[in-house]
Design a protein around this ligand. Structure first.
Ligand SMILES: *[C@@H]1O[C@H](CO)[C@@H](O)[C@H](O)[C@H]1NC(C)=O
Length: 594
């Protein structure tokens, strides 16, 4: 890695670094495009930067930051440093230093992809020490090789491609009814490189780091508690949604479930609840989470179908009703042939290792791949071989997440139903609910309150250009209602810029005095504000959106005028909440007024 060696040499000559970072810029062009881009794992904008450095150890991160900090002290040159990784799982301007950097500031990206090692197992203390750039997928696999499981119940984020560091600082989570649902709560210690290049060893750092968005420094290593490998039995219930709240309350109060997550398909009037119990480690079953891996032939046809749906602005053809209906019938967990649970297990129950079931991966199920090969044919199970590709690649799948106080869930659901009743056809989104216990970390999603994290995932076509997603008006009304009527906090990674800048209520106010507490921590760890992305300054200052023609169609603003919506759309008041303005297709609006 000649780039990196050059940097190391420089790091010992900090005063010349500013200049040489400039040289890096120039040389980068000859090294190749790839090194200059971090690919988005979610079909969001890639992060393209002049300077992307790829450290391998904590000390290298510290050398880089210290050199930049000293240069800033001596020459006054400002820097913005952000850490991310290849295939990063976020879709807003927090993660990429080069997204919207001021002209007087040099952006430096740290690509943490090479800091993906498992460093140490401590059997006595039941801990594992990893570099923060390891993905959950790799961590889960390694732990199982050592007969270990992740801590807690379901702490892994839904997308296993997320790194441990990213999950901690963006407050990503799983779902749990009996304890914390995030990895931050299970940290024994962590190494943090602060904004001056100092390395801090932090004890039980979850309360400091969760939700801190990389603004206290770069988390480079963590030691987390783990447990003996754990087998789970997950029952899937599919039911009509008339009594959704009462049904869920019944499960929570009476089933002794350890975890619960629920997908709601309001236009079909159905929900699917997955109810998690621990089961005997000796029981049969090797289920894996296949949510991102629907059958390959179905996936191959999906891009055209989603595209056709998005062009059908008035939903006359109903493509999405079919797509979502089919999706809801694919099994969320799949066993290898011959590994199905035994007869005493109810047919709606999947059994497998926690680490294989907790989060969804794009890696083909090895059991199925082997079986398919052995059979010499496709179609061993469910009429199809496992997909070599992934839902995340076949369409634009954009998860939005907002966390509301769990005591408001029932009222929220009634309002959401009222909004969705206006759907004439099938909106291209499903809702998922996860349960997250209260956290003490100031900017954690569940800071100071137990939350239901509401995920609204939108399927759209990457080819649809400036066209808003279908039923954008309902989506926009739901988002604004959830955030502003219910104080729903946007998840730091899984929300677009417009929720952080320019929503009808300010993100900062959703955290109360905890926000100020965080600001004080931030300035003590990073006095030169090297890790503060401009979008966070917007949050601090409660800034208005920057609006331009088409900004709402690009999910960059909520409209205040027709020109903010894409072609054929106008800016109108929401159906149920006229205080929130949304983009609606022109004809539909006329029909509505008649
Ligand atoms: C986000 O970054 C893009 C450049 O990648 C920039 O054009 C846009 O204005 C930024 N948006 C916000 C809200 O900061």
């Amino acid at each position: 890695m000649p780039r990196f060696l050059a940097l190391l040499a420089l790091a010992s000559l900090p005063l010349s670094l500013g200049l040489t970072i400039g040289d890096q810029d120039m040389r980068a062009g000859t090294i190749g495009q790839q090194l200059n881009t971090l690919r988005s794992g979610l079909g969001w904008h890639d992060c393209s930067c002049g300077t992307i450095l790829r450290p391998k150890h904590t000390e290298e991160v510290a050398d880089i930051v210290m050199a930049l900090y000293r240069d800033q002290q001596v020459t006054g040159q400002k820097y913005l440093v952000r850490a991310s990784s290849q295939g990063f799982m976020s879709h807003n301007n927090f993660s990429c230093a080069c997204a919207s950097v001021a002209s007087d500031t040099r952006a430096v990206m740290l690509d943490m992809s090479a800091m993906n090692k498992v460093l140490e197992f401590n059997d006595d203390r039941e801990t594992v020490t990893v570099q923060a750039g390891i993905t959950f997928e790799a961590l889960e696999r390694t732990l199982l090789e050592y007969d270990m499981s992740l801590p807690g119940v379901v702490v892994a984020p839904q997308l296993s491609g997320m790194t441990v560091g990213a999950a901690i600082v963006t407050s990503a989570h799983g779902s749990s009814l009996v304890g914390p649902a995030n990895i931050a709560a299970f940290l024994q210690s962590a190494l943090l490189v602060d904004g001056t290049g100092d390395i801090h060893t932090l004890d039980t750092p979850g309360e400091l780091l969760e939700g801190s968005l990389g603004m206290l420094g770069v988390v480079t290593e963590v030691t987390m508690y783990v447990q003996a490998k754990k087998k789970m039995a997950v029952r899937q219930i599919m039911s009509e949604d008339f009594d959704l709240v009462a049904d869920l309350r019944d499960i929570i109060d009476n089933s002794e479930a350890l975890a619960l997550d629920v997908t709601w398909n309001p236009t079909a009037g159905m929900y699917q609840a997955r109810v998690w119990h621990e089961t005997d480690a000796g029981s049969r079953g090797d289920a894996r989470n296949m949510v991102l891996q629907p059958p390959a032939d179905w996936l191959a046809a999906l891009p055209d179908r989603v595209h056709a749906d998005q062009l059908d602005a008035h939903d006359r053809e109903g493509h999405m009703c079919e797509i979502i209906g089919e999706m809801s019938h694919f099994p969320p967990f799949v066993h290898s042939p011959g590994q199905e649970p035994d007869e005493s297990t109810p047919p709606d129950t999947a059994v497998g290792w926690l680490n294989h079931m907790a989060s969804a991966s794009c890696t083909p199920h090895p059991g199925l791949a082997d079986a398919a090969k052995a059979a010499g044919a496709k179609g061993v199970l469910h009429g199809s071989a496992p997909s070599p590709s992934c839902l995340l690649g076949a369409a634009k799948w954009t998860p939005y997440e907002l966390a509301i106080h769990s005591q408001d869930f029932s009222a929220w659901l009634a309002d959401a139903r009222a909004v969705l009743r206006h759907a004439r056809g099938c909106p291209p989104f499903t809702l998922t609910f996860r349960f997250v216990g209260e956290s003490d970390a100031p900017l954690a999603l569940s800071s100071g309150r137990q939350v239901v994290a509401v995920e609204l995932s939108v399927l759209s076509s990457p080819r649809a250009g400036g066209l808003p997603p279908k039923f954008a008006r309902l989506h926009e009304e739901l988002l604004q209602m959830t955030m502003c009527k219910y104080n729903g906090r946007p998840q730091w990674a899984l929300a677009t810029n417009r929720l952080f800048r320019g929503a009808p209520c300010a993100v900062r106010d959703l955290y109360g005095s905890a926000f100020d507490k965080f600001l004080a921590q931030r300035s003590s760890y990073d006095p030169a504000a090297m890790f503060v992305p401009p979008l966070f300054e917007d949050v601090v200052e409660r800034r208005e959106a920057v609006r331009y023609p088409g900004c709402a169609a690009r999910m960059d603003c909520f409209c205040t005028a027709d020109e903010h919506c894409g072609r054929g759309h106008v800016c109108v008041p929401g159906h149920e909440f006229p205080e929130y303005r949304v983009c609606a297709p022109i004809e539909q609006q006329e029909r509505h007024e008649l």
